[in-house]
Design a protein around this ligand. Sequence first.
Ligand SMILES: [Zn+2]
Ligand SMILES: [Zn+2]
Length: 94
Amino acid sequence: MLGEACRHGVKWSDHCPQCELVSARETVAHWGEAVDRARSVIDAANIAAAEPAGNILLKVAGKPFRCSCGCNVFHHPPNNSDVYACNACDLCYG
Ligand SMILES: [Zn+2]
Ligand SMILES: [Zn+2]
């Protein structure tokens, strides 16, 4: 099968746009769905990361939660998204 040229008559050492198109279509057919899924996962992560980490209004059992200092606005401390810290006194909950 391997001759001097591809089936479009282009030498193997040269660039053949038609061969490239064929392989591009194969790549999309094989990986397109996985890439789309991966992109949506990355997008969701980026959106989550882009949300401001401050000014979170907490609710506990459906009621607004207040810190013992009376403040009801919280933020995540840096590098700890499991914990909520009071914006006023920095007391941590979580
Ligand atoms: Zn070709
Ligand atoms: Zn507080």
